[in-house]
Ligand binder design. Structure first.
Ligand SMILES: NC(=O)c1ccc[n+]([C@@H]2O[C@H](COP(=O)([O-])OP(=O)(O)OC[C@H]3O[C@@H](n4cnc5c(N)ncnc54)[C@H](OP(=O)(O)O)[C@@H]3O)[C@@H](O)[C@H]2O)c1
Length: 267
């Protein structure tokens, strides 16, 4: 199976590194305009690199669109005439829906995936859906690619991809911001920044691991560390009084709405 990535940015690299850590054998080509990125991808992952999209997709069975949504229209006019009916298009672009991709490329075999960057370390989560024309062998293949990057889940309704974009696609950035804030607060109280960083990261990692392995709900695990009148209760009350939950809810809604705006902007 031959895979061509169009765009060799952060997310494409995360998926390639996931695939390369497994025993799955694929022929991977990356089409990327920036020479330094091509050199980096060639040297790090031993993939084929190309700067011309038309040449890069010629022999591909699966074409992965890993470009920004704003670049999609320009790319569509470049490749729509040369796509063959047997090729499958897989898009990781935020906000661009299956119908839009199909109309722009005049093509029917389309898969839409929302991955995330922890795929770089095999801990990604990918939510995906496909049009009816994608055959079962290709569906199995795509499942294997995203299993190599962490968890994957196929959904029947495209609306779930838009919601996942705001939760798991953008989510790592929310978590990194939380880690940064914990580090800053620790340093302000007098910790060495290296120790503050270690404590913040291990706390998030350990808590996620516990939540993932426990039969208890996250809310119950939270209550278990919150003794009445104690330090945690005091911290949580301050988070609540500063609108922590509301902030997260608004952040997710804002990311979700930005996806809808993006889909209109690139029409
Ligand atoms: N990063 C994430 O966490 C994440 C998560 C889920 C989904 N996504 C989606 O993944 C897509 C890519 O995101 P990213 O973070 O990987 O972006 P990125 O790092 O900016 O990568 C995009 C790459 O594609 C190249 N490119 C742009 N136009 C091109 C064209 N016409 N032909 C070939 N290559 C082209 C860009 O080169 P230039 O720099 O020269 O423009 C850049 O190297 C976006 O649609 C985003 O919504 C990202």
């Amino acid at each position: 199976m031959r895979i061509t990535f169009i765009g060799g940015g952060n997310m494409a690299e995360a998926i390639i590194s996931g695939i390369k850590k497994t025993n799955l054998v694929y022929n991977i080509t990356v089409s990327e305009p920036v020479k330094s990125r091509r050199t980096h991808l060639l040297e790090t992952y031993q993939v084929n690199v190309e700067k011309n999209n038309v040449i890069a997709i010629q022999k591909a069975d699966l074409i992965i669109l890993a470009i920004k949504p704003q670049s999609f229209n320009e790319l569509s006019s470049e490749i729509c005439e040369i796509l063959s009916v047997n090729q499958t298009i897989l898009s990781i672009m935020a906000g661009i829906n299956l119908h839009h991709i199909s109309m722009n490329l005049n093509h029917h075999k389309i898969v839409r995936v929302m991955p995330n960057t922890p795929a770089q370390v095999g801990k990604g989560v990918a939510v995906w859906t496909a049009t009816d024309s994608v055959d079962s062998e290709m569906l199995k293949f795509i499942k294997a690619i995203f299993q190599s990057c962490g968890l994957e889940t196929q959904v029947n309704e495209e609306k779930y991809i838009d919601i996942a974009t705001a939760i798991s696609g953008s989510g790592p950035a929310y978590v990194f911001l939380f880690i940064e804030a914990l580090i800053d607060a620790g340093v302000k109280l007098g910790l060495e920044s290296s120790l503050a960083k270690k404590l913040a990261i291990e706390t998030v990692l350990g808590s996620a691991h516990l939540a993932s392995n426990s039969t208890k709900q996250p809310s119950e695990l939270r209550r278990m560390v919150t003794s009445p009148g104690g330090t945690t209760e005091s911290g949580l009350k301050t988070l609540e009084s500063h609108g922590f939950n509301t902030s997260i809810d608004r952040a997710v809604n804002s990311a979700f709405n930005r996806g809808i705006e993006l889909s209109k902007e690139v029409k």
